[in-house]
Design a binder for this molecule. Structure first.
Ligand code: AMP
Ligand code: MG
Length: 493
């Protein structure tokens, strides 16, 4: 059932919609209407993000906000659609599309940026297949928390503007509360969007989509000798830089299917993701990832695999001669590992307080991770302890391996001619104190389930300044107890 237009509700909070995606070839989308919600109620609003977008939430009554952010009242200028895409899911190719998401359009923010405004969990679309198009409250709140934490960490990500409980149940293994998340993204163009058109063999639409994406996200590529090849290279660069940022904070996305890889280079589709506590290169949290395809240490390789699928889709645009197109794409793709390594090493130097490059830095960084693995050291707290001079807390004096590493690291800093204190000051800007630790996130969701949002607000406040050491945030620093059950996450359906 589609939501009736409620004309008594004001939705005029400063929206400036354009619908450029809906002007692309027809095959890329279908009209869709958000479903009726029987008792919408606001659970979370992101006033900081709204302000940045030039949206005045103050103009809304609580009922107005609930109606707006559950899709009961569609703002003027919005043109709701579901986007078509395909994807390699756990390696297998499928035609997909927004089965539980509806794009309202692009909002033009006062700073000149263009952002997608999308509802997630707002009911069925023509692409829902057998799904109900709905989302449960817990996973939508979880996406809000983790995406906002990523943003505060400085990691490119989609953002969350609101979560509204619909008042209607969703049925999974159990009966759950339904909710709609309002997501804000640079765009929802995915590797899978290109795969969709390539699978249809629609090269006219493929070219239109590539031109559109270049104009929207990679305008410099338009001036290159081969714009589509420059575009591919630029996407690869952003993607590898993004994955490095995940690796440097211990973030595991959990479901890096090609439909969940944003061409704009943002972290997108928060499902079974989690931050690790103790360092484990094989960390997997997703309940459906039995073989560890999307484990922490696989993320760089999976990103490259996905970029190879992206290249497959772009081949017809790269060169009219198929063998030449493959050659061009292969050459760019083969640079991905080196691009990853370069970003990683630069990031690790910052985390270790090193401001210039010296031979052996890579090994120094890798040895620390090897020690962290054998010592089951907490990822976040290890780097923070190095940055605050509390390294003695990390390992007992009897840990010769750590002692040797630590001495080598201090010698490396001394070789730059700076004091340890100066280096540590810089390090504190490169390693967070506060990450959304699993048990802390879970406790906010449990409280929210009982309509207590205070626990959530406290966590969101702490996550907003992840690099600041503040005594009042001490409760957010501890990893889950060693003997606690292995943390499992479920796809946000
Ligand atoms: P995800 O794992 O969330 O990235 O979703 C993969 C695909 O399944 C996307 O095409 C979604 O739109 C679709 N999907 C996920 N959950 C649902 C649902 N409850 N109803 C309909 N489609 C869904
Ligand atoms: Mg997805």
């Amino acid at each position: 059932m589609a939501a009736p237009m409620d004309s008594s509700v004001t939705t005029d909070i400063g929206w400036r919609f354009d619908n450029s995606y809906a002007r692309l070839p027809q095959r890329l989308f279908a009209q869709a209407r958000p479903a009726y919600a029987s008792a919408p109620r606001v659970m979370l609003l992101n006033t900081g993000l709204a302000d940045a977008l030039g949206l005045s939430l103050g103009a809304l009554s609580p009922d107005g906000a609930a109606a707006l952010f559950s899709g009961q009242a569609i703002p003027a200028g919005a043109q709701p659609i579901a986007q078509a895409y395909a994807g390699h899911q756990f390696g297998g190719f499928t035609m997909l599309g927004d089965g539980r998401a509806i794009l309202l359009g692009e909002h033009l923010a006062p700073d000149g940026s263009r952002v997608d405004i999308q509802f997630k969990g707002s009911g069925q679309t023509p692409y829902s297949r057998r799904g109900d198009g709905r989302a449960a409250l817990g996973p939508m709140l979880r996406e809000f928390v983790i995406s906002e934490a990523m943003h505060a960490l400085g990691i490119p990500t989609t953002r969350s503007l609101a979560v509204v409980a619909t008042g209607d149940p969703v049925y999974r293994e159990e009966r759950l509360k339904g909710a709609v998340l309002t997501r804000v993204a640079a765009s929802h163009l995915r590797v899978g969007t290109f795969e969709f058109l390539a699978a249809h063999g629609d090269h006219v639409a493929l070219r239109a989509l590539a031109d559109y994406t270049i104009k929207r996200h990679y305008p410099a590529a338009a001036n290159a000798a081969n714009p589509y090849l420059a575009f591919y290279q630029a996407v690869l660069e952003r993607q590898m830089a993004l994955i490095v940022q995940w690796q440097l904070v211990g973030f595991v996305h959990g479901v890096m299917n090609t439909d969940n890889m944003s061409i704009a280079g943002e972290t997108i589709d928060y499902g079974p993701c989690a931050f690790m506590d103790r360092y484990d290169p094989g960390a997997v949290f997703s309940s459906i990832d039995a073989y560890g395809r999307y484990a922490y240490d696989q993320q760089p390789l999976i990103a490259q695999w996905n970029l190879a699928r992206f290249a497959d889709a772009l081949l017809p645009l790269l060169d009219p001669v198929p063998d030449k197109a493959i050659e061009l794409a292969t050459e760019v793709l083969s640079s991905a590992g080196a691009r990853f390594d370069a970003h990683w090493l630069a990031g690790m130097r910052a985390k270790l307080g090193l401001s210039n490059a010296m031979p052996g830095d890579d090994e120094l960084a890798r040895e620390l991770f090897m020690w962290m693995h054998t010592a089951a050291a907490d990822f976040t707290n290890t780097f923070r302890a190095l940055a605050t001079g509390d390294a003695a807390l990390l390992a007992p004096a009897s840990d010769q391996r750590f002692a040797a590493w630590h001495a080598r690291w201090r010698g490396r800093i001394a070789a730059e001619g700076v004091s340890l204190e100066t280096a540590q000051q810089r390090m504190r800007a490169a390693s967070p104190v506060i990450i959304p630790r699993n048990q802390r996130v879970e406790e906010t969701l449990a409280a929210a389930e009982q309509d207590d949002m205070t626990v959530m607000h406290r966590l969101l406040e702490a996550l907003a300044t992840p690099y600041d050491d503040r005594p009042r945030d001490a409760a957010y620093l501890s990893p889950a107890p060693e003997d606690s059950e292995r943390y499992r996450t479920f796809c946000g359906t």
